[in-house]
Design a protein around this ligand. Structure first.
Ligand SMILES: *[C@@H]1O[C@H](CO)[C@@H](O)[C@H](O)[C@H]1NC(C)=O
Ligand SMILES: *[C@@H]1O[C@H](CO)[C@@H](O)[C@H](O)[C@H]1NC(C)=O
Ligand SMILES: *[C@@H]1O[C@H](CO)[C@@H](O)[C@H](O)[C@H]1NC(C)=O
Ligand SMILES: *[C@@H]1O[C@H](CO)[C@@H](O)[C@H](O)[C@H]1NC(C)=O
Ligand SMILES: *[C@@H]1O[C@H](CO)[C@@H](O)[C@H](O)[C@H]1NC(C)=O
Ligand SMILES: *[C@@H]1O[C@H](CO)[C@@H](O)[C@H](O)[C@H]1NC(C)=O
Length: 445
């Protein structure tokens, strides 16, 4: 036992240092590339048990949800209404399908793995985790991923893995990384599987909805929103609507929580919001200072109309942490031209460096420390009303610039829209860059 533990510890230490180094390389996405040099991707063929079969069990996990309705339109979900072109009832956990579908139309695919710069593993890891998180295998979470590893290493084409020991492999796992980071052998103490704790997968890049606080093998990419335009005209007409929209509320909070008596930032927001709505917004240029959309019990999750309209009418959208630091709402708000207000860096700045460049945060967002709000009684309204109108307008323009970067356009979209780099394009480009620099580091060792 003892030597094994020591060896594991050294391995862990090695990876920690190694990954810190790799992750410090930020991704500068270039202008739209048309040349495939250094951008070839091979899609690893997997037995259906690792993806399509998982969809047929969509009603098997009542503790999670019956997710069958969200599978429609290759994971975008059903349209919000029959005449809608760009709006869907999208569930963010379906990103594994959405990404897979988009990958099939990636322009630089190769069927020859030896020519590929990266290997995409179309594994629906989040959906596969449901049997461990909510199903019969709740007490064997350390097994999540072992069958996949077995297939990748000993399956039909073992050379694909052994060529770079998995360093060139990537996959999407559409949940926060916390859900896959349970220490090995700790069942049934903690929620989560141990997929990302398995040394077998340390070399693989996992694209998750939220990363851990310290750098590891995962990289966070935006939560999918409900907006998936099929062509440039629909995208531009939305941008125009966002730009023209009259912002009648200073700030909006769309969410739940904060009803317990314990001090936390959501509770402070609720209290302040209740307090100011009764006061006059007279003289501020807004009809009201705070708007609140109650999304308790998941009522907003698949009903974007509930929050998108209010977001269009607010200057600032509050994005406080909840169970975890990040929120899908951050991206909904950006698409509505609503300036995000963050209360901790882990909510976005330390997560989505590929899509929302860290050095731009001051231009498109506001930061108010949650400690100041909760423990020092700092008023969010005071902070936001003190920002001059001209600066608010400039910030909103920056938010508009970010819009394409955080949306997932519809699969099969027209060529015109493809000239905008969307969240998928940036994720793929930056993954390729990360793999390239990692392979260079290994070669140099
Ligand atoms: C789907 O559910 C059935 C019954 O619950 C189970 O036997 C089967 O292994 C599941 N399939 C997958 C791919 O998880
Ligand atoms: C939407 O279209 C479907 C199929 O075409 C139809 O069954 C349904 O009744 C329509 N719904 C509405 C609200 O029109
Ligand atoms: C998991 O383990 C707990 C505690 O040992 C036990 O109460 C529970 O029944 C187990 N669940 C399953 C599905 O085996
Ligand atoms: C991960 O890569 C290292 C070399 O960088 C290699 O020694 C190790 O065996 C690889 N892990 C797996 C599971 O292939
Ligand atoms: C609510 O308003 C009152 C009166 O302006 C003020 O004394 C109190 O501190 C406010 N409470 C919160 C939570 O902002
Ligand atoms: C708003 O302010 C103006 C002067 O700045 C005043 O005449 C008006 O009565 C105020 N309205 C309310 C509802 O307080």
């Amino acid at each position: 036992m003892q030597p094994l533990m020591t060896k594991n510890f050294i391995t862990l230490l090695f990876y920690f240092v190694f990954c810190l180094f790799t992750l410090s390389v930020t991704c500068r996405d270039s202008d739209l590339e048309t040349d495939c040099t250094n951008r070839w991707i091979h899609i690893r063929r997997l037995p259906p048990q690792f993806n399509l079969d998982l969809l047929s069990n969509c009603s098997e996990y009542p503790l999670f949800d019956d997710f069958c309705p969200y599978l429609a339109n290759h994971g975008l979900g059903k349209k919000t209404h029959n005449k809608s072109h760009s709006w869907y009832r999208t569930d963010p956990f379906m990103l594994e399908l959405i990404f897979h579908r988009r990958m099939l139309e990636y322009p630089c695919l190769t069927s020859d793995p030896s020519l590929a710069n990266a290997i995409y593993v179309p594994y629906y890891g989040g959906l596969d985790s449901l049997r461990f998180l909510y199903g019969p295998e709740v007490n064997s979470s350390y097994q999540h991923g072992l069958d996949l590893y077995e297939y990748l290493v000993h399956g039909d084409l073992p050379d694909v893995w052994s060529r770079h020991y998995g360093h060139d492999h990537f996959m999407v796992m559409a949940r926060p990384a916390w859900d896959f980071s349970q220490p090995l052998n700790s069942d049934p103490l903690y929620f989560g599987t141990s997929f990302l704790e398995l040394p077998e997968f340390y070399n693989v890049t996992a694209l998750t909805l939220e990363g851990r606080a310290y750098p590891w093998q995962e990289q966070a990419i935006p939560y999918p929103t409900s907006f998936h335009p099929p062509n440039l005209a629909f995208f531009e007409s939305w941008v125009n609507r966002v730009r023209r929209s009259r912002r009648t509320a200073l700030m909006l909070f769309a969410g739940g929580g904060g009803i317990s008596a314990n001090p936390n930032v959501r509770r402070s927001i609720r209290l302040e919001c209740d307090n100011v709505t009764s006061l006059s917004a007279n003289g501020t240029g807004y009809d009201k200072l705070c708007d609140f959309v109650d999304c308790s019990n998941g009522v907003c999750q698949h009903d974007p109309i509930r929050f998108m309209k209010p977001m269009l009418q607010a200057s600032f959208c509050l994005q406080p942490p909840g169970d975890t630091p990040t929120r899908r709402s951050t991206f909904d708000g950006i698409l509505a031209g609503c300036i995000p207000v963050f209360f901790e860096d882990l909510s976005a700045k330390k997560q989505y460096g590929w899509h929302l460049p860290e050095e731009k945060y001051e231009e498109f967002s506001v930061f108010i420390s949650k400690e100041d709000v909760v423990f020092k009684g700092l008023s969010i309204v005071d902070v936001l009303t003190s920002i001059p109108r001209s600066q608010v307008r400039r910030m909103r323009e920056k938010v508009l610039e970010m819009m394409p970067r955080v949306m997932y356009i519809k699969h099969g979209s027209s060529l015109g829209l493809r000239t905008k780099k969307d969240a998928f394009d940036i994720a793929v480009e930056c993954t390729l860059e990360r793999i390239k620099s990692r392979l260079q580091e290994i070669a140099a060792q």
